[in-house]
Write a protein that binds this ligand. Structure first.
Ligand SMILES: [Zn+2]
Length: 211
């Protein structure tokens, strides 16, 4: 630094102090995991049944699972917003609008999967923006650990709710295949849906504690 622009010692110290405080404040406020609100988005609803085999509808499984996750997260002191808590139709744009509304939040969409032929099995978690990857990875890891389902991995996709939710980390969980007869039999039991909900909730809490 040329002599003419050298700061007196006091001012130099002051500037260093201000810079340090600013950096510390930014580090605190920009922490990706400093959320206090979880937006849960049970897929489908009303005439939109989602995956369906006989009378087993994805819309019912997703809502039941989301309600269980809601209870577990509230016990941990987190605020929970549900995009739907009844069997109603919510347009995708309304779901992502809810996902963008609160600050310091994360968005978790809950679905069950389907494939033709019924051979598909296991759980997978999707993200769109790379800033949502870690949330997806934590949920996927705990979900698989808690349920012993086949690990189909963390995947990137452009589903509307995770693409249009831009203000908060957003993921979409596929909790097993309605089209797979053995997985369907398991997911019809409350005990198995409780395990799925525990996996999702534990993944969310582990992500919150990570940094
Ligand atoms: Zn779905």
């Amino acid at each position: 630094m040329p002599p003419s622009t050298r700061l007196p010692h006091f001012w130099n110290r002051l500037l260093t102090g201000v810079l340090w405080i600013t950096t510390a404040a930014l580090a605190l406020t920009s922490s990706a995991n400093a959320f206090d609100t979880v937006i849960l988005d049970p897929g489908h609803g009303a005439h939109d049944r989602g995956a369906a085999i006989g009378y087993v509808y994805e819309k019912h499984l997703a809502l039941d699972t989301a309600r269980r996750v809601e209870q577990l997260l509230k016990k941990e002191g987190l605020k929970v917003i549900m995009t739907r808590s009844r069997d109603v139709f919510i347009p995708l744009q309304d779901r992502s609008a809810t996902g963008n509304r609160p600050r310091n939040a994360i968005f978790v969409s809950i679905h069950y999967n389907y494939n033709r032929g019924g051979s598909g099995a296991g759980a997978e978690t999707y993200y769109h923006f790379s800033s949502s990857y870690m949330l997806a990875a934590y949920i996927q890891a705990y979900l698989v650990q808690r349920t012993s389902m086949t690990n189909r991995g963390v995947k990137s996709a452009g589903f509307h709710v995770i693409r249009a939710t831009t203000k908060n980390p957003a993921v979409l969980v596929e909790c097993g295949f309605v089209s797979n007869s053995s997985e369907r039999a398991r997911m019809l039991t409350g005990e198995f849906r409780a395990r799925i909900a525990e996996g999702i909730a534990q993944g969310i809490i582990a992500y919150k504690k990570s940094d």
